[in-house]
Write a protein that binds this ligand. Structure first.
Ligand SMILES: Cc1ncc(C[n+]2csc(CCOP(=O)(O)OP(=O)(O)O)c2C)c(N)n1
Length: 683
């Protein structure tokens, strides 16, 4: 199947997707969206009316004839996912949620558009508004989230069967979504994996903020998507029959589907339709009056007449029977399978299996300590964690052998078989991170991935959104400092730890040895309401914690890993590879008669959250504090104080064997000891 250009009405809509209620014609239902969008933006004196007015027809066809959803149960696991990737058009989804009968989306909430504490914030936020699947606004992210959702659907269906997992992922995307670079990563991955249950309605209105799209873009999106392995077609985005026909055809596609819907932004506005002026500001009273006339919508602001509202509410009840049938199929599932499905969808960990796996690895490490790179320690931990936590789906952005994220038993996910648990994301860090968000949002999966820490910048916008949404995704980021050596400054992160620590609600772990790496993995898995980064080394490190310790010491964020011989005059704080370096410095100081303690700080955020007393104990009361991290100082003053000494990086790195680099940049035990002695006035 390969529908191009003129496929407009190739397939007649089937009865299954017939209009919900013939008594309220399509136009009136679509106009209800347009009117609510105009009125809410006008009332707020802020917002984007053009997009919802232009996409009202496609959204009406989708929500009244195709989308499987139940407003009474927004979290129904087998609902179709709908992603409004063009989040600036948020009034579209708020209007749809109100009209179809989501209880929490009242008319009052529509009237409170963009106000503090409302369910109708400026851009859709999934943690604020029931029925919003993902937080959108940064263009391109929603589309890439949808790719992850579609992967998650395929995987969960492969594991639990199509009886309980069989839904589609629909997206409305704009020119801006498709111009963003992330869209290429997402679209190419979706095409490669033949995600045929992913259907994108492209709001092809040829307008963006600066004016006509022709100012900045001349891509043939249909050809572009086809080149990426999609079925793509063009339709008149205001012809309900044509939209329905294209959606009908999409139902049985063998590839992901793009439907480019030619629309007019601000449809109905007498002077602003088709113009950038309808994109992002209130239309104004005159224009709204003209639009009401043009659309033959004679109702007062925020007034949706009863027959239109009841037709919409009927559309909202369309999937009740499907929901009930699904519940029966779930109930008929083998009890163990059902419990497992429900556990995974709730995001609950298999506590006992996880605890057992952690204990076993700790026992092994105590019996036979491992002086290995933390990326290898991570692999060692994963060999036990992956079988214990079946919802973990690993991956890498083409650095599998370097990130050590694929365990021996993991099979790769492919277009032919989604039952595997490892994803070759290709060289697509941004698309990977956004797809992981989509998988976590879908439910049933804990995605983890791999790339180099320096490339966290390529994934940062998606990591930020994971943190905002509070999604459990885990990023393994290896080669975490100049310690990676010869690849040089392009590959050596110096500012990245600070930059990641600046993101609220993100846990940044930098474990010091094999035991800490395991503990940080455990904490990342247990953090069910936020993402984590594990910053891991390329170079080998000694296992500092050699005796069996059941307690997860990293949970405190920081702890004394090597006590002073006597009352400490110096506290040496370090993370990751620099903890063993601090331990060497401790010996040098001891030789000078200066007792020093070493505090490992695997996670700044957990330290900041620790109870005051625990935090004080970890920080201690030594005269002198020294921080050691092969990275910039920014952020360290919260631990060592403005008076503390810091040994780290204040420039980019260089290309050389790593031991020479540590010498060259002065990140050495000698430098640490000397800094402490200077602060004590002893040197
Ligand atoms: C990553 C990102 N960059 C910039 C913006 C600001 N912005 C919001 S909408 C938009 C483009 C508008 O064009 P289009 O996507 O076609 O939407 P339409 O005008 O059709 O509503 C831009 C640049 C954004 N939201 N996200």
């Amino acid at each position: 199947m390969n529908a191009t250009a003129s496929s407009t009405a190739a397939v007649a809509p089937s009865n299954r997707h017939a209009p919900a209620d013939a008594s309220a014609p399509h136009n009136a239902m679509a106009n209800a969206i347009r009117a609510l969008a105009m009125d809410a933006v006008e009332q707020a004196k802020s917002g984007h009316p053009g997009m919802p007015m232009g996409t009202a027809d496609m959204a009406t066809v989708l929500f009244t004839r195709f989308l499987k959803f139940d407003p009474a149960d927004p979290a129904w696991p087998d609902r179709d996912r709908f992603v409004l990737s063009a989040g600036h058009g948020s009034m579209l989804i708020y209007a749809l949620l109100y009209l179809t009968g989501y209880a929490s989306m009242t008319l009052n909430e529509i009237k409170r558009f963009r106000q503090l504490g409302s369910k109708t914030p400026g851009h859709p936020e999934n943690f604020i508004t029931a029925g919003v699947e993902t937080t959108t606004g940064p263009l391109g992210q929603g589309l890439a989230n949808a790719v992850g959702m579609a992967i998650a659907e395929k995987h969960m269906a492969a594991v639990f069967g199509a009886g309980v997992v069989d839904h589609k992922t629909y997206v409305i995307a704009s020119d801006g979504d498709l111009m963003e670079g992330i869209s290429h990563e997402a679209v190419a991955l979706a095409g490669h994996l033949k995600l045929n249950k992913l259907i994108v309605l492209f709001d092809d209105n040829g307008i963006s903020i600066d004016g006509a799209l022709s100012l900045s873009d001349s891509t043939d999106q249909v050809k572009r998507f086809e080149a990426c392995g999609w079925n793509a077609s063009r339709v008149d985005g205001h012809d309900a029959g044509a939209i329905a026909a294209a959606l009908e055809k999409a139902q049985s596609s063998d590839k992901p589907v793009l439907i480019a819907c030619k629309t007019k932004i601000g449809y109905g506005a007498p002077t602003k339709a088709g113009k950038a002026s309808s994109h992002g500001s209130p239309l104004g009273q005159e224009e709204i009056k003209g639009a009401r006339d043009a659309l033959s919508w004679e109702h007062e602001p925020f007034d949706v007449p009863e027959h239109v509202l009841s037709a919409w509410r009927a559309a909202g009840r369309r999937s009740k029977a499907a929901h009930a049938e699904w519940a029966k199929r779930l109930a008929a599932l083998d009890a163990g399978q059902r419990a497992e499905f429900e556990r995974r969808m709730k995001g609950e960990l298999p506590q006992q299996a996880l605890a057992d796996a952690v204990r076993k690895v700790k026992e092994t490490l105590a019996a036979t300590p491992k002086d290995i790179a933390t990326r290898s320690s991570s692999e060692f931990a994963l060999e036990a964690l992956v079988p214990a936590v079946p919802e973990m789906i690993g991956g890498s952005a083409d650095l599998t052998g370097s990130n050590n994220t694929r365990t021996k038993s993991m099979r790769a996910i492919s277009a032919a078989d989604f039952s595997g648990r490892f994803i070759h994301y290709g060289v697509r860090e941004h698309g990977m991170a956004a797809a992981m968000n989509g998988m976590a949002l879908h439910g049933g999966i804990i995605p983890y991935s791999g790339t180099f820490l320096v490339f966290s910048d390529y994934a940062r916008p998606a990591i930020r959104l994971a943190a905002l949404m509070g999604e459990r995704v885990i990023h393994v980021m290896t080669h975490d400092s100049i310690g990676l050596g010869e690849d040089g400054p392009t590959h050596q992160p110096v500012e990245h730890l600070a930059a990641l620590r600046a993101i609220p609600n993100l846990l940044v772990f930098r474990p010091a040895d094999a035991v800490e790496t395991l503990e940080c993995w455990q904490l990342a898995l247990q953090a069910n309401n936020r993402p984590s980064v594990l910053a891991l080394t390329r170079q080998a490190l000694p296992q500092l914690r050699r005796s069996l310790d059941a307690e997860n010491r990293c949970a405190a964020g920081a702890y004394e890993i090597a006590a002073a011989d006597g009352k400490a005059e110096v506290s040496l704080f370090a993370t990751g590879s620099e903890v063993s370096l601090a331990v060497e410095a401790q010996k040098l100081l001891a030789a000078e008669g200066v007792p020093a303690r070493v505090v490992s700080v695997p996670c700044f955020e957990l330290l900041a959250e620790a109870p005051e007393a625990a935090r004080r104990t970890a920080i201690g009361t030594a005269k002198v504090n020294v921080g050691v991290e092969a990275a910039v100082r920014q952020g360290w003053d919260a631990i060592i104080g403005a008076d503390g000494a810091f040994i780290g990086m204040s420039s980019f790195g260089a290309s050389a064997p790593y031991k020479e680099l540590y010498e060259h940049f002065g990140v050495t035990p000698q430098a640490v000891a000397a800094a402490a002695l200077r602060k004590l006035g002893k040197a």
